[in-house]
Design a protein around this ligand. Structure first.
Ligand code: UD1
Length: 455
């Protein structure tokens, strides 16, 4: 057993998942309704934002996923009193924030990248912060240079130590002019969470504008922040001395919604995703339609289905918002193994996000990875150096196999591939999926999936 496997178990255990493995008998369409709650990529950041206030915050639609448990543990280690005030509702009291011991931070942070976002708020509250070595999904190196450069620009002193990074703010952090080399989601959040209480004005150029970032800005505005979103990815933040708590209902998880949509397509099923909204999924819905899926937008959610007949190949490139999100490509690739012809997916956000296709090939898929991308194709977005491309030939019937889940989105893709495949698959390390998919085993059962649990 590797430390990665230990970690997957720990992830599952945080949300009450005691099993490691699903034995899936594939070939049955998924039918029914699933509820999607608050976005993993907002809720965890909103919890960190609560650290900046001088009074209670209330966050609603919080999913029971292990990334939330990680952030909760870290907040509690820093003296924030967190209570489950109602189903899916957290109350966070930051009035007694204190420094945490390195061992405690390390024990909670384990596998998540969220701790990096504690820097700004802790520097404001305590004048220092410690960040252990960071985890997160193993999809490329995922450096934190943009974060550290931004923190330095605000006046933080960054010292690398053997177990992590120590930061101090010798005086109040000051507003800065920052231009990100790439519109990184995390680095944009870092700047927002730091600039709101820095002295003076911060100008952030080349910011990410994902819906989760807009929701975080809404939360910060509720807390008393002054943030201007200007054209061309520029954000101005006028720092204030203090912020108060917020009450907020999270944006829905568009990545989970897209995952279930692909599950419907892959298994030739019909899934109503309660809580999904159209606006944040416009780009995904275009691709879903081009591939041959059908959807209906309702007041309370979106119904996704495979209408029968053949699916169509597509050429897609992942991108920052409003482009096709990188977290959507993995479940889409599974659907494209069933399309008639050649599809191409360019991954332009991460340098190593096609590892999951190896297991799909073991199941009978024909996917070829071009590590350096495909240069000859006319592209909407200029190529990035780190780009990869997957060429998918379909349709290829999938057959069951044994798979160890490698990461969050790749793992969900393996699950849906196994659900569509003929025969039986054994999918282990499923604890990783609990990082971002609430109650996924119950949801699969409710949708009519045929599987057993094993340890
Ligand atoms: C967030 C999301 C993740 C999503 C990603 C892109 C969360 C918890 N996760 O991750 O689901 O796939 O946005 O939409 O919200 N980079 C650097 N240096 C840095 C920071 C980033 O080079 O300091 C690079 C990364 O290696 C990557 C690219 O920038 O190639 C984008 O990363 P980023 O947008 O920061 O992703 P995360 O915030 O980690």
């Amino acid at each position: 057993m590797t430390s990665h496997d230990d970690d997957a178990r720990a992830q599952g255990a945080k949300v009450g998942l005691s099993v490691d493995t699903l034995i899936i008998h594939g070939g049955k369409p998924l039918h029914g309704r699933v509820d999607v709650r608050g976005a993993k990529n907002l809720v965890t950041k909103a919890m960190v934002a609560a650290l900046l206030g001088d009074s209670l915050s209330v966050l609603r639609d919080v999913p029971n996923i292990s990334d939330v448990a990680v952030v909760r543990g870290l907040l509690e280690a820093h003296g924030v009193h967190v209570t489950d005030s109602a189903e899916g509702e957290l109350t966070l009291d930051p009035t007694n924030v204190t420094s945490a011991h390195f061992a405690e931070i390390d024990a909670h942070a384990g596998s998540s990248r969220i701790p990096i976002l504690f820097c700004g708020p802790l520097l404001h509250q305590l004048g220092e912060a410690f960040i252990p070595d960071l985890g997160g999904c193993r999809i490329g190196d995922r450096p934190i240079d943009f974060h550290l450069d931004a923190l330095r620009a605000f006046g933080a002193v960054v010292t690398k130590q053997p177990q992590g990074i120590h930061l101090t703010a010798p005086e109040r952090l000051k507003g800065a002019h920052i231009e990100l080399p790439f519109p990184s989601v995390g680095a944009t959040e870092q700047v927002l969470l730091t600039a709101v209480r820095a002295e003076g004005v911060t100008e952030l150029k080349n910011a990410a504008i994902e819906p989760e970032i807009m929701d975080l800005i809404a939360i910060l505005q509720k807390m008393g922040a002054i943030i201007w979103i200007e054209p061309n990815r520029t954000i101005f933040i006028e720092g204030v001395e203090s912020l108060h708590g917020f009450e907020h209902r999270s944006l829905f998880d568009r990545n989970e919604a897209a995952s279930w949509a692909c599950a419907a397509l892959v298994t030739q099923g019909d899934i109503f995703v309660v809580g999904a909204k159209q606006q944040e999924l416009l780009t995904f819905l275009n691709v879903f339609r081009k591939v041959g899926g059908e959807f209906e937008v309702h007041e309370d959610g979106i119904r996704f289905r495979h209408p029968g007949g053949q699916l169509n190949p597509v050429v897609v490139e992942t991108d920052v918002h409003p482009g096709f999100m990188t977290d959507w490509q993995q479940p889409l690739v599974v659907a494209l193994t069933q399309a008639e012809g050649t599809s191409i997916v360019h991954e332009t956000v991460y340098e190593n996000r096609f590892g999951f296709t190896e297991s799909l090939n073991k199941m009978g898929a024909k996917i070829e990875i071009h590590q350096d991308g495909i240069a000859s194709i006319t592209r909407r977005v200029p190529r990035r150096k780190l780009e990869q491309a997957a060429v998918i030939e379909g349709p290829t019937p999938l057959h069951g196999t044994d798979i160890r889940v490698p990461d969050l989105r790749g793992g969900f893709s393996h699950l849906i591939a196994a659900l569509a495949a003929s025969g039986t698959s054994t999918i282990s390390n499923v604890g990783i999926i609990a990082r971002g998919y609430e109650h996924f085993i119950d949801k699969l059962r409710d949708l009519g999936a045929d599987f057993e649990l094993a340890d």
